[in-house]
Structure formats: C-alpha cells, structure tokens
Design a protein around this ligand. Structure first.
Ligand code: SAH
Length: 258
C-alpha cells in the first residue's frame, strides 16, 4: 500500500469518545458531552446514565450494550470489538458511561483496547456519582472537622472471600470517609468487615439511591442499623454508600438543602 493510501485510511478512521454522563441530571452533562452527543454517529451506552439523559439521544443513534435480552451483561470483549468496528467504519463514536468513565467504569480497559488497535480516542471527564451522590444528599465527602481523606471502593466483592482485593481493615484505619460504589447487595458483608476492624458501630452511614434522578431517595442509619434501613426502604442499585462522620453532618443542613 502506498503512503498516500495509508494516510487516507487513517484520515477515514473515526474517533471514540469515552464520555462520562455525570450522575443522571441532564444539566450535569458537561458542555463538551452535550456537543459530542449531538455530533456523534453512534452512542454506545448502558442504563446507568439514567432515563433523562438517554431520552435526549435520538433512538436511531443509540446502541444499548448493557444487559442483553436474557438479563446477562454484554461481555466487555464484545463492547471493545464493537467500538473498534464502528471506528473503522469511520464513525464518530460516543461511549457514554454513567458518572466518569475512569471511576469503576471500565474506561481504562476500553482505552487500552482502542490504543492497541490503533483507534484514536478521547477521554471526556464526567461528574462522578462517588462525589456528587453524597453531595446532593447534603454530605460533603471531606470536611475540615470530620474527614481529611476519602476512599472510593467497590462493594461488589465479597469481603469474606480470599480473592477480595479491598482491604476493609486498612480502610477503617484511615479514619476518613469511605464511599462504596456497587455496594447495595454486599452491604451486610462489608459493614460487618468494618465493625470487625474496630470501626464504631454508631458511625453514620447514608445510602443515596439514583442520585440526581427525578426519583432520587436518601436513607440514613449507622454502621449497625443500615442493613435494616436498606431492607425497610427497599433501596436498590444504583446507589452510593457513604460511611463516616461526614454522613452525620447532613442533619445540620437539611432544612435549607434544595
Ligand atoms: N462510573 C460511575 C460508576 C460506575 S459503577 C461513576 O463515576 O459514577 C456503578 C455504580 O455507580 C452503581 O452501582 C452506584 O454505586 C454508582 N452510581 C452511578 N450513578 C449513580 C447515581 N446516579 N446514584 C447513585 N449511585 C450511582
């Protein structure tokens, strides 16, 4: 192939934009995300950006790569391959993720795969639910008087299993805020792990369900009570768990929180 033909090929190749949608309120999309959604030929997404944002995207541009008909997740390898395929067709592709693509969004894996296959991509930051979720419930993840560090962890793993990679004991020892994503199902296991690590059972805990969506809910308790609160309120994913003294500061601002 001649050099001209080669460079011609490169010019025709589309770009993949790894775009974070923010937590769900369309007004929290970045200006850049809004423009790219408008300009894109195809938008690959799952359900996490939330109904209000997904409704803004014309149906003919949308490709749902979340759960498949049988209810199981589309394998990441299939999503990766589809991104490359579309880019090679010269399409402008938005890979839209809830929150920020690089916070438990598998954006890192997609970036690596694209780079390996010679596909140009751009990372477009989004507002992560890990910070905005607690915030819209009136909980700052750090606070001069209460927490000088914050840890973002996955609650997806079972802390009692040896292959668990989250060190709950070390997290308890930080004395800072712990924000758990994907942490509704395993709430009993990791709250127990934190108590076993010596954390005060009266430590405030909040669950923020569907943060910034029109049907958002907040439920609060302590390390000891939060599992029964979750069950009574029937809290479901997506929800953020905030553990630490900052969760207790909510009461003081609630009356004036809009
Ligand atoms: N990349 C995302 C996180 C993906 S992991 C981000 O930066 O926000 C999926 C988890 O994110 C969910 O299980 C939930 O814990 C959290 N999450 C995402 N959006 C949320 C929302 N609007 N409200 C509450 N939790 C949310």
């Amino acid at each position: 192939m001649s050099d001209a033909a080669k460079s011609g090929d490169v010019a025709e190749q589309g770009t993949v934009y790894l775009v974070g949608s923010g937590p769900g309120d369309p007004e929290l999309l970045t200006v850049k995300a809004t423009r790219l959604l408008d300009e894109a030929d195809v938008v690959l997404h799952d359900k996490l950006p939330g109904p209000e944002i997904l409704e803004l995207i014309p149906a003919e541009k949308r490709e749902d790569v979340g759960k498949r008909a049988g209810g199981e997740r589309t394998p990441q390898s299939e999503i990766n391959a589809r991104l490359v395929e579309l880019a090679r067709e010269g399409k402008s592709v938005v890979r839209l993720k809830g929150g920020d693509s690089f916070v438990f969004g598998r954006g890192g894996e997609e970036a690596e795969y694209l780079a390996k296959h010679g596909i140009p991509f751009e990372y477009v930051p989004g507002i992560t639910s890990a910070i905005a979720g607690p915030g819209v419930a009136g909980i700052p993840v750090t606070h001069r008087d209460h927490a000088s560090s914050v840890s973002f962890v996955t609650g997806h793993e079972d802390p009692t299993k040896p292959e668990s990679t989250v060190d709950w004991e070390a997290l308890a020892a930080t004395g800072g805020t712990i924000v758990v994503l994907m942490g509704v199902g395993k709430l009993p296991e990791y709250t127990q792990a934190l108590r076993d690590a010596g954390m005060d059972p009266e430590t405030p805990v909040a669950l923020v369900e569907r943060a910034t969506w029109s049907d958002m809910r907040v439920a609060t308790g302590t390390l000891d009570s939060i599992v029964s609160v979750r069950d009574e309120e029937a809290i479901e994913p997506p929800a953020i768990t905030v553990i630490g003294d900052v969760a207790g500061t909510r009461e003081a601002v609630l009356e004036f929180l809009r």
